[in-house]
Design a protein around this ligand. Structure first.
Ligand code: AMP
Length: 206
């Protein structure tokens, strides 16, 4: 968990590859459905581009399908889900039904100024959806060579709304987990990518 631009995707990818487990990012899944032109993508588009959350029933329906079809034997990592207390309750029901349990919540903390700075230089590949911060003047994706553009929801006015939404709807999820005695690791999300990864690994190990 963490506000937009905290590094959830970057750190999540590193963690998932280190442990050899799948990572399910609701943001990535929604953007892929938009590129496919599917109905879910069209439904999510307006919410995403204005910085609002996609409705809980849509997200819970999506994640129920994903988690029921996944091979969870070796565990998995959730990125950007749950984002509301209702989603956390829905996830809890799903986990109980599948006799699985949540090991820990990793919460990346980053200040608003740093977030605005990071997101203004972030780009997305139109072709493959990869998210990156390219060197100035670079216009092609480092993975597939596709054209890079600014994510519509990374515009400064939308980022401000996403931060408000985070404070109002997502931060309470952390309190909900703490009250239910789930391990919540608060990790400072600034510094080198490797340094942050080490902090997460140390937190998980302890
Ligand atoms: P992200 O890539 O995680 O920053 O997500 C981008 C956007 O997708 C968010 O601003 C929301 O509009 C939508 N989204 C992603 N995950 C969720 C979720 N768990 N619940 C509701 N909306 C979501």
């Amino acid at each position: 968990m963490g506000p937009p631009g905290a590094g959830k995707g970057t750190q999540g990818e590193l963690l998932a590859s280190r442990f050899g487990i799948p990572r399910y990012s609701t943001g990535d899944i929604l953007r892929a459905t938009r590129r496919d032109g599917s109905e879910l993508g069209r439904e999510a588009q307006g919410y995403m581009d204005s910085g609002e959350l996609v409705p809980d029933d849509v997200i819970l329906g999506l994640m129920t399908r994903v988690l029921l079809s996944t091979d969870a034997a070796g565990g998995y990592l959730l990125d950007g889900f749950p984002r509301t207390v209702e989603q956390a309750e829905g996830l809890q029901d799903l986990l109980e039904g599948a006799e699985q349990q949540l090991d820990a919540v990793v919460n990346l903390t980053v200040g608003d100024e740093e977030i605005l700075r990071r997101l203004s230089s972030r780009r997305m590949c139109e072709e493959c959806g990869a998210i990156m911060r390219p060197a100035a003047g670079t216009e092609s994706c480092e993975d597939c060579g596709g054209h890079l553009l600014t994510r519509p929801d990374d515009r400064p006015e939308t980022v401000r709304r996403r931060l408000e939404v985070y404070r109002e709807q997502t931060e309470p999820v952390l309190g909900w987990y703490r009250e239910s005695s789930t391990v919540v690791l608060d990790i400072i999300g600034t510094g080198d990518i490797e340094q942050i990864q080490e902090r997460i690994l140390d937190g998980l190990a302890s």
